[in-house]
Design a protein around this ligand. Structure first.
Ligand code: NCD
Length: 304
């Protein structure tokens, strides 16, 4: 199959057009309903985590293996010989990419995936670079929103929590700005959405507003996207001051729209009370499972 994504790098969600995003979502939907256990037969995928990950790493490995491919790589760069011997990222990437058909990388530094792409000629997929971007999370978020709302256009969506360091909200807001959604931002002042994202939204004429509580907007939402404060990106005292600013519990969902879905990229710390889990609005566990199909769709389009 020839397609516009064949052999492309996926570094920022902004590298993808609306039509390309839609192609990934329809492919994900098809793979969810019609598994293709041979599609990546004989393909080797490098999965290199220079920053810790559980969900993304296991979801990616599952996606590859359920398509018949093989995963090589590591999940804790600190324990690898490359970190211990002081090899540069460029050299590590060149070598590992020469063994594989695609290169999935998570790294604590912003821009690391873009750099990696300069040293390889196989598709590089950004699995999260510092507080910058997390495009494959966005693909599963979009897939989940589409699955639950039957559309991506003109939705009311609130982003709550760490909008400054949360890479998932940066990528998702950029992607949904192609679909004319209304955004509501709710964050501690110190963790507000970065200016460069707000400027992009202004340029595209997207409506957004800033609020000081979830209650202010919850009844008019289609999607409530909760996030945790990114503890690892600041020091402990600062974290203690800022954590637990916005907590969702089931009482707050009494008058919401029937179609509301509460999403969270996970891990949850304390921002969603477990009493929300039993409401019909909780969809974060299904969202995490959708990561398999969204990542499968991406691999299928990049490699076949
Ligand atoms: C997110 C991440 O790593 O940015 N998690 C994930 O990929 N599922 C969100 C987070 O860590 O808070």
């Amino acid at each position: 199959m020839n397609n516009p994504l064949y052999q492309k790098n996926i570094i920022s969600i902004s590298d993808l057009s609306r039509a390309e995003l839609e192609l990934i979502l329809t492919t994900a939907q098809s793979l969810k309903h019609n598994p293709q256990p041979e599609l990546l037969k004989n393909k080797v995928i490098a999965s290199c985590f220079f920053e810790a990950s559980t969900r993304t790493r296991l979801s990616f490995a599952t996606a590859v293996q359920r398509l018949g491919g093989t995963v090589i790589g590591f999940d804790n760069a600190g324990n690898t010989s490359l970190a211990q011997k002081g090899e540069t990222l460029a050299d590590s990437v060149k070598i590992i990419a020469s063994y594989a058909d695609a290169f999935f990388i998570r790294h604590p530094q912003e821009g690391a995936a873009r750099l990696a792409a300069e040293f390889t000629n196989i598709p590089v997929i950004n699995g999260g670079d510092g507080s910058n971007q997390h495009p494959t999370q966005t693909l599963l978020d979009l897939f989940t929103i589409y699955e639950t709302q039957n559309r991506l256009d003109n939705l009311n969506i609130a982003f709550v929590g760490d909008l400054k360091y949360g890479r998932t909200v940066h990528s998702l807001a950029q992607a949904l700005s192609l679909f004319n959604c209304n955004f509501y931002f709710i964050a501690p002042e110190a963790l507000a959405m970065p200016d460069y994202i707000l400027e992009e939204l202004n340029e595209k004429g997207i409506n957004y507003s800033v609020h000081s509580s979830i209650e202010e907007v919850v009844d008019s939402l289609d999607v409530l996207y909760m996030t945790r404060v990114q503890k690892e990106r600041f020091d402990e005292t600062e974290y203690q001051h800022i954590k637990s600013a916005f907590l969702l519990n089931a009482d707050m969902l009494e008058n919401v729209r029937e179609n509301l879905k509460v999403l969270h990229p996970l891990p949850r710390v304390d921002e969603i009370n477990i009493n929300v889990d039993k409401t019909p609005y909780a969809y974060y566990f299904q969202q995490a499972q959708n990561g398999i199909y969204a990542r499968q769709a991406l691999l299928a389009l990049l490699l076949t």
